[in-house]
Write a protein that binds this ligand. Structure first.
Ligand SMILES: CC(C)(COP(=O)(O)OP(=O)(O)OC[C@H]1O[C@@H](n2cnc3c(N)ncnc32)[C@H](O)[C@@H]1OP(=O)(O)O)[C@@H](O)C(=O)NCCC(=O)NCCS
Length: 155
């Protein structure tokens, strides 16, 4: 099945509660991160925008967060909190979300996207042509092994 989601974009501080719930449930809850205070895992003050792939009834199926360009290197921006609802994985939604983020970033003149990939998601990012820029390190928040990866966008 080819997914045909409806995309919405929200400044991080304005993301609806059901988007925040999806992010918390799929990326933090099972790793013992407390739901409150949200500042620990959601950091709305860090900004960026949530790109949300939704079903026709508004249910969020997957999200990713495109951070603002870096003040000291405005050609670069980080992608964070990429996640797809467990029931909707494996049908191309993650790829569509990342492609949407890359499209938006390229339109804004960003030439490099980087991200901290959880170990289990590294093959997904490799498929999308992200390349390793670090050795393995452990997240202080979740304890999950990560690698930093990056991709130069074709403008
Ligand atoms: C990682 C994640 C976002 C991928 O989303 P998804 O919608 O399942 O991925 P897609 O169906 O779009 O897959 C795109 C491609 O990557 C491949 N892929 C996805 N996950 C993979 C994995 N774990 N191992 C190998 N390949 C994988 C798919 O086979 C597909 O390849 P194809 O285009 O050649 O068919 C999803 O599994 C997820 O939400 N995981 C839990 C949260 C998480 O760990 N997020 C990453 C935080 S850094």
């Amino acid at each position: 099945m080819t997914p045909d989601p409806i995309f919405s974009i929200y400044p991080a501080a304005e993301a609806p509660a059901h988007v925040r719930r999806l992010v918390y449930k799929t990326l933090y809850r099972d790793w013992g991160v407390a739901r409150e205070p949200e500042e620990h895992w959601y950091n709305p003050q860090q900004g960026g925008r949530f790109i949300v792939a939704g079903a026709a009834d508004g249910t969020p199926l997957g999200v990713c967060r495109l951070m603002s360009p870096e003040p000291d290197d405005p050609d670069r921006a980080q992608i964070r909190q990429v996640t797809v609802n467990p029931e909707s994985r494996g049908i191309g939604l993650g790829r569509l979300l990342m492609e949407k983020a890359e499209e938006l970033a390229a339109l804004e003149g960003i030439s490099e996207l980087w991200l901290n990939a959880r170990e289990a998601a590294e093959p997904f990012y490799e498929k999308l042509r992200y390349r390793y820029t670090s050795d393995v390190w452990l997240s202080e928040l979740t304890g999950i092994p990560h690698c930093t990866m990056s991709k130069f966008l074709e403008c």
